[in-house]
Design a protein around this ligand. Structure first.
Ligand code: FES
Length: 375
């Protein structure tokens, strides 16, 4: 049964015209949407954000999220979409929506952000897999425009060379960047001459990348490129994000500098629990979200994070990283006690005010009341 919180949490939709459609690979296409003058302010976005497209397929309403591939300064809504199979809703979208057709589009959503540092010379490492390149491409363009001396290294995995989505655009950016962008492609299901570039991007591959590609820094002989990494961006399937994020963390990057966004319903924790907590069973939770209160929610025990247990029970609460980095799940703890495994996103003042991140919180009392509306 759909719970009340699901109904309340609806983004704002508008009808937009398709301005451009282009097949990118056998299984991916680009879709550009026209923004009427009157809606321009509603569709201002930040690099890393996405929109939800809403349409009917097989008598069902489909709602899917797609990240922008454009940078905010380009002032266009460009998306790249993976076709998930012959009879999929995405194939229907590709076959049936043409230039001039209208489709329902949500206002920009998501918090896969990176704050711009125009006066700093940063090193940013990006990992993408398949269609996960979309928000990463938006970030790359934005960084190249906004931060004139920052350099970016992209490690991008696909099944074959033919499957590399938006390769032409990446190559063009690489040439135009004057050495500030370097792209490396990894192929998992076709032969590759150099074995370093054969296979998926996982924990082992990240170690090889660090030791064989990011080991020497021409800009600073006393350091390695990896040692000067300021931020890591990751986008791909949940298992890939988990494996790459843990590899980066284990190789010394603080969790607060590892940014990613989970699109698919991935119900595993990204980072393993590093502490043990006394067991509490049958935790009773009350939540308030979008002015609707729901009490009497029972969590089996406190062995898993509060947010994940609520999501598993069907409560559509806000989240993005599920790792205490983005702040999407921020709420007030109005009653009860929790222990947060990660809280670097919160300032001391916010902690004082009772703000918590339920994605990293373990229940430490039998009763918990979370208010998502006071934020
Ligand atoms: S979901 Fe990102 S901080 Fe909780």
């Amino acid at each position: 049964m759909e719970n009340q919180l699901t109904v309340a949490n609806q983004p704002q939709f508008h009808r937009l015209k398709v301005a451009k459609k282009q097949q990118l690979t056998k299984q991916a296409f680009a879709l550009e949407l026209e923004i009427p003058e009157a809606l321009k302010s509603r569709f201002q976005f930040r690099a890393g954000q996405y929109v939800t497209l809403k349409y009917h397929f097989n008598e069902k309403e489909i709602q899917n999220d797609y990240s922008f591939t454009s940078a905010p300064s380009e002032e266009r809504l460009a998306l790249a979409i993976k076709i998930n199979g012959e009879n999929s809703s995405t194939k229907f979208l590709f076959d049936n929506y043409n230039v001039g057709d209208e489709i329902s589009v949500s206002e920009p959503l998501g918090r896969f952000f990176l704050n711009s540092k125009p006066n700093e010379k940063r090193t940013i490492i990006a990992f993408a897999s398949g269609i996960g390149i979309t928000p990463i491409l938006s970030h790359i363009k934005n960084i190249l425009i906004e931060e004139k001396t920052t350099r970016i290294f992209l490690f991008y995995g696909n099944k074959s060379y033919e499957d590399i989505i938006l390769k032409d655009e990446l190559e063009k950016l690489q040439i135009e960047s004057g050495g500030r962008l370097e792209c490396f492609y990894f192929i998992s299901q076709a032969p590759v001459k150099d074995k370093l570039f054969q296979g998926r991007i996982d924990e082992k591959k990240v170690s090889l990348i660090i030791n064989q590609i990011l080991h020497l820094d021409e800009d600073d002989e006393e350091s390695t490129i990896w040692d000067s990494t300021d931020k890591v961006l990751i986008c791909g399937p949940g298992a890939m994000i988990k494996s790459v994020a843990n590899a980066c963390y284990n190789h010394g990057i603080p969790k607060k500098n590892i940014h990613f966004e989970l699109f698919e319903a991935y119900n595993e924790d990204i980072y393993p629990m590093e502490k043990e907590f006394p067991l509490i069973e049958n935790v009773e939770v009350k939540i308030k979200f979008n002015h609707i209160e729901k009490d009497g929610i029972i969590l089996k025990n406190n062995e898993r994070k509060i947010l994940q247990q609520l999501l598993d029970l069907g409560y559509k609460l806000p989240y993005s990283c599920k790792s205490g980095i983005c702040g999407s799940c921020l709420c007030y703890l109005k009653n009860g006690e929790v222990d947060m495994t990660e809280d670097e996103y919160l300032t001391d003042n916010e902690k004082h005010q009772g703000k918590i991140l339920p994605c990293t919180a373990i229940a430490m009392s039998k009763e918990i009341y979370l208010d998502f509306d006071m934020i």
